[in-house]
Design a protein around this ligand. Structure first.
Ligand code: SAM
Length: 238
């Protein structure tokens, strides 16, 4: 999997991408994530990447040319154009399902906007899809690009120690995850549920499933409408 992030703040992205699980996966060569500085493709005297808004208004707009040149540097004439995602509050909201779909692709490119946004003409010409991380507005697309990169990369084989690390987690099966515990067995007079220390894997799996259903019902009942439930689970009270 290869991810290229087109940004005006590559160091901001690198500082996050070099840490923890994603940093280790990069070092091990399991994923390839690169940050390209759009400013390096400005091709003008002062490396200018933004300009005033036609029609007037507050703030600056990222100009078309530096973004276009930066994107074009990623592939040769005649080669297939990589899938370009523009991070924008106007896009489809990122979900675990979307992350899973993207994790199956060989190469994605993430465009981070800044200031008041990006000249619409370059978006119309090169963008394949628009993704938002939620209904609020951030200063730039860097944090959304890092959120997307993190959630996609952890679904790639070898990044986490086992696929179960994410298949058991919230949102993978449509439910939220069951409650989890670690040592000590008693903390502030609160005991770990007995079944988790029983060593009986069938009972543990049953308990976890019923907890996942309870937690989902309590915190996000809306998810139960699209989760995969057995006929028994649908008919029984949770
Ligand atoms: N003027 C734009 C609008 O109203 O739609 C918002 C521009 S925002 C200040 C600057 C950049 O931050 C955007 O171009 C986009 O790349 C990024 N951004 C802000 N909020 C985002 C969100 N919720 N999801 C994804 N990207 C976001």
């Amino acid at each position: 999997m290869k991810i290229d992030i087109l940004t005006l703040f590559p160091e901001m992205c690198e500082s996050v991408l070099n840490e923890s699980i994603i940093g280790r996966a990069r070092s091990a060569g399991i994923i390839k994530v690169s940050c390209l500085n759009i400013r390096d493709y400005a091709n003008n005297k002062h490396n200018k990447v933004d300009d005033y808004t036609y029609g007037g208004g507050m703030g600056m707009i990222m100009a078309a040319d530096p973004i276009y040149n930066c994107f074009k540097s990623l592939y040769n004439e005649g080669e297939a154009k990589p899938h370009l995602i523009y991070l924008t509050p106007q896009g489809e909201t990122l979900t675990q399902r979307k992350a899973l779909d993207l994790s199956q692709m060989d190469h994605i490119v993430l465009l981070c906007g800044h200031y008041e946004g990006v000249d619409q003409r370059v978006l119309d010409e090169i963008v394949d899809e628009e993704i938002s991380i939620g209904d609020y507005v951030l200063t730039g697309g860097e944090l959304p690009a890092l959120v997307l990169t993190d959630t996609v990369c952890r679904l790639i084989k070898g990044v986490l120690s086992d696929d179960e690390c994410f298949t058991e987690e919230s949102h993978f099966s449509g439910l939220l995850e069951y409650a989890q515990y670690t040592r000590p067995a008693v903390w502030h007079e609160k005991k770990v549920p007995e079944v988790l220390m029983s060593g009986n894997h069938a009972n543990i799996a049953k308990w976890r499933r019923s907890m996942a259903l309870k937690v989902t019902k309590a915190k996000r009942p809306d998810l139960l409408n699209s989760a995969q439930l057995t006929e028994k689970e649908k008919s029984e009270p949770m």
